[in-house]
Design a protein around this ligand. Structure first.
Ligand code: HEM
Length: 424
């Protein structure tokens, strides 16, 4: 079997284009070379981008056991996510996933709604008409408060502020490591130093939270869990799961909300349709908008895997240790699955489109599918309904909002919006 095409030139010849517009660079690679293409993302063997839904399904679902999280991902986030759900593998992952899953059971989700509404209403009260806010930053704070309250039973805003500070530092660490040559963690770079401080801060916070009397929150349940031999989870494992959930559970939803508010402001007819159902019992137009927003601006715009044995995928064979990229940004903007792909058109989702299942995968798939996906959709719906009932938002500037491919897909430089009351 021939090798798949690879972008000509090495890492250094592409670094300028990658740093300038990574999303465009990635999209061009597959549009020019096809659904399976080698990317010179660093020194050594190229990373293979799999852009076709069937190959994505093969890797995530049908043959998921032949892949693991890549060394690159471990380098970027391993030091602070430790052995939490995002990075654990095999039987240990399955066991811990079952434990964490208890917090996302439908009966539990129901109980989180009130906190989501109360926190959003408090935020809306503080957004004075006539002012301009960075709505993406406001959504990030809000989503963090909601995770802290619902999953960890944290009400104290001082504690949430400390978590927020640690999370911002860790996001900066990823930013610093992305598209730069790997350095060992003992090298005293500013990123390694910031990371060590943030991890220490998070350890301190989780230890304080664990010292509280046991309640009905996820931390209490993780602390009380026993395996078949009656052994408790090691304290470090609980800390890792907590940091993982704080980290994976707020920025993604926050950016989804930011992008949604931007698109509504840019498409007044769609916003009218969403507003028309705000007082009703269900929100189908809003759900279509959320689907379409995650198509165009998938918060998890890329993730990767590495093969643990020789594999065949996308029509080619690869050795053990081959690194793969899956990019919702690339596949969601493919005209074969979504005609006129750059156009924001929530109507695409009025009836389920006849497309391959993994042409759309904002939450991944298979055994590692996002554990928080129902939580995130409930939260996005509750926040938007509460916010739109209280305020209107318009973009503060006509300049295009540029997506920045960081740990998550976010509006570069934030998202400034003008706040309005509801009366015209
Ligand atoms: C719109 C919001 C969200 C998006 C787009 C999103 C997306 C994703 C994606 C694509 C994955 C799979 C990554 C991979 O296979 O490598 C993932 C995994 C994960 N997500 Fe989310 N997520 C969102 C919200 C949340 C929330 C609210 C939580 C928790 C409160 C959460 C916790 C996790 C965890 C723990 C994993 C790892 C699961 C595992 O490997 O078993 N996510 N998410």
């Amino acid at each position: 079997m021939a090798a798949p095409p690879t972008l000509p030139g090495g890492f250094l010849s592409h670094i300028g284009a990658m740093r300038k517009d990574f999303l465009g660079w990635l999209t061009d690679a597959t549009r020019i070379h096809g659904d399976v293409v080698g990317l010179p993302l660093g020194p050594g063997r190229p990373t293979i981008l799999l852009a076709h839904p069937d190959a994505i399904e093969e890797l995530l679902v049908r043959n998921s056991g032949s892949y693991e999280k890549s060394g690159q991902t471990r380098y970027m986030v391993g030091k602070f996510l430790g052995n939490g759900l995002v990075l654990s593998e095999g039987a240990e992952h399955a066991k811990n996933r079952r434990l964490v899953q208890t917090a996302f059971h439908p009966s539990k989700l129901e109980g989180y709604t009130a906190a989501m509404v109360v926190e959003t209403a408090r935020l809306a009260d503080g957004l004075a008409p006539g002012t301009t806010v960075d709505i993406d930053a406001a959504m990030t704070d809000l989503a963090l408060r909601i995770v802290a309250r619902t999953l960890f039973g944290v009400d104290a805003s001082a504690t949430t502020a400390r978590v927020g500070e640690a999370m911002r530092a860790l996001e900066g660490v990823i930013q610093a490591r992305f598209l730069s040559l790997p350095l060992p963690s003992w090298v005293p770079t500013p990123a390694n130093w910031r990371e060590a401080r943030a991890v220490d801060a998070m350890k301190g916070i989780v230890t304080e939270l664990l010292a509280r009397p046991a309640g009905d929150d996820l931390l209490s349940r993780l602390a009380a869990a026993r395996d078949d031999d009656g052994a408790a989870l090691p304290a470090q494992q609980i800390i890792d799961e907590a940091i993982t959930l704080f980290f994976a559970g707020h920025e993604t939803t926050a950016h989804l909300l930011g992008w949604t508010l931007m698109l509504l402001a840019q498409h007044p007819a769609v916003e009218d349709e969403v507003r028309a159902e705000l007082d009703g019992p269900a929100f189908p137009a809003l759900d279509r908008v959320l689907h379409e927003t995650m198509r165009l601006y998938p918060p998890s715009w890329v993730f990767d895997r590495s093969s643990t044995e020789p594999v065949t995928v996308g029509g080619f064979s690869f050795p053990k240790g081959q690194k793969f990229y899956l990019s919702a940004w690339v596949t969601h903007r493919d005209a074969r699955w979504f005609p006129d792909p750059e156009r924001f058109d929530p109507e695409r989702w009025r009836t389920p489109p006849a497309i391959p299942k993994y042409a759309y995968f904002p939450f991944g798939g298979g055994p590692r599918v996002c554990i928080g996906r129902s939580f995130a959709m409930l939260e996005a719906r509750q926040i938007l309904v509460t916010l739109l009932r209280a305020r209107r938002f318009t973009l503060a500037s006509d300049a295009p909002v540029v997506p920045e491919a960081s740990a998550t897909l976010r509006p570069k430089g934030g998202l400034k919006m003008n706040v309005h009351g509801l009366s015209p």
